[in-house]
Design a protein around this ligand. Structure first.
Ligand code: NDP
Length: 311
């Protein structure tokens, strides 16, 4: 079967991917967008989004992503379910394989593959993944209604997850490794004002414990001063940040030590002419839905200019 030719291939379906698609389709680049493993991206695992301009009353994450998708399709974006499994960016057109079988030849590529949740790396964490250990409170919180749970992390995600779980669960422990939270002041205030959230400052997790039947029943924590503490919990939520999904492309383009794609100056251009990056996969600093959307717009404009200069 011959490979399909595409002028502009967008990889990823978060705010960066869909915004790139809106701009690219309006510029007549006939973009094809592959949604990847989590259609809609990270925002589909969050609840209310209160800081995206244009939604004065806030909007549900899934709903916002559905609207972005619809908007991109209105201008003709070909949105497809599929995962890019390999990439050859050595020459143009770039060779991309989807789901290990479908080959695409793309004149330009916009990488908007986002970032994925990090885990602590404990053996016990791995053992109970999906059986009490989760990286998504809005996906799994429901299972712990009325029970005690813990969230690890001190950033906005951890605070948001703790607040969400506090509305469902009996008690939420927030396990923080330092004596300060990294989260924004508003999130810190919210967490501190929630009576059923207890912050365990300067604690790290030594082990997550469970029952012989499977399922978490507690965690052993260690304070900075060396003292151990056992908490009884049924759910353990990891919210310690993310790593960028750039592995498929890092052989060809430049990434920093954490794997974030390096773009040129204020543009979305990668080291490979014709390949652009947008959203969390290239942004270690801001990582907001609105900044991702903005960089998606930039990538589409850069792709359009590249195509008109390289006919
Ligand atoms: P962050 O990188 O901001 O925070 C990660 C947190 O996890 C830090 O408190 C860090 O501790 C802690 N941590 C990291 N590794 C470990 C470990 N091994 N053990 C224990 N704790 C650990 O990630 P987030 O996902 O919270 O946020 C990412 C970005 O997304 C931020 O820019 C944030 O502002 C944004 N965001 C915004 C939201 C909103 O505006 N509504 C909602 C969610 C996220 P330490 O502080 O000690 O480094």
């Amino acid at each position: 079967m011959s490979a399909e030719k595409v002028k502009c291939l967008i990889i990823g379906s978060g705010p960066a991917g869909y915004t790139a698609a809106i701009y690219a389709s309006r510029a007549n680049l006939q973009p094809v967008l592959y949604e990847g493993i989590q259609p809609g991206g990270q925002l589909t695992t969050t609840t209310e989004i209160d800081n995206f301009p244009g939604y004065p009353k806030g909007i549900d994450g899934q709903e916002m992503m559905n609207e972005l998708k619809e908007q991109s399709m209105r201008f003709g974006t070909d949105v497809r379910f599929g995962l890019v499994t390999s990439a050859d960016l050595s020459e143009r057109p770039f060779k991309i394989v989807v789901d290990e079988e479908k080959e695409i030849l793309a004149d330009t590529i916009i990488i908007a593959t986002g970032a994925t949740a990090k885990y602590l790396g404990l053996e016990s964490e791995e053992k109970y993944k999906g059986q009490g250990v989760s990286a998504c409170a809005t996906c799994d919180g429901f299972f712990y209604k009325g029970k005690d749970v813990a969230v690890v992390g001190g950033g906005d995600t951890a605070c948001e997850e703790a607040s969400y779980l506090a509305g469902l669960c009996n008690k939420v422990y927030l396990i923080v490794r330092r004596d300060v939270l990294r989260a924004s002041k508003a999130m810190q205030d919210r967490v501190k004002a929630t009576p059923n959230i207890e912050i365990l400052w300067q604690h790290n997790t030594k082990e997550i414990t469970g029952t012989p039947m499977g399922g978490v029943n507690g965690a052993i924590l260690v304070h900075k001063n060396g003292t151990e503490k056992k908490i009884d919990i049924h759910g353990y939520f990891v919210a310690i940040g993310h790593h960028p999904n750039s592995e498929l492309f890092s052989k060809w383009i430049e990434v920093n030590e954490e794997g974030y794609i390096i773009t040129e100056g204020k543009s979305s251009k990668t080291k490979v002419p014709g390949v652009f990056a947008a959203g969390d996969v290239q942004d270690p600093h801001y990582r907001q839905a609105v900044t991702a959307a903005g960089s998606g717009c930039m990538a589409a404009i850069d792709a359009e200019r590249f195509l008109s200069e390289n006919k």
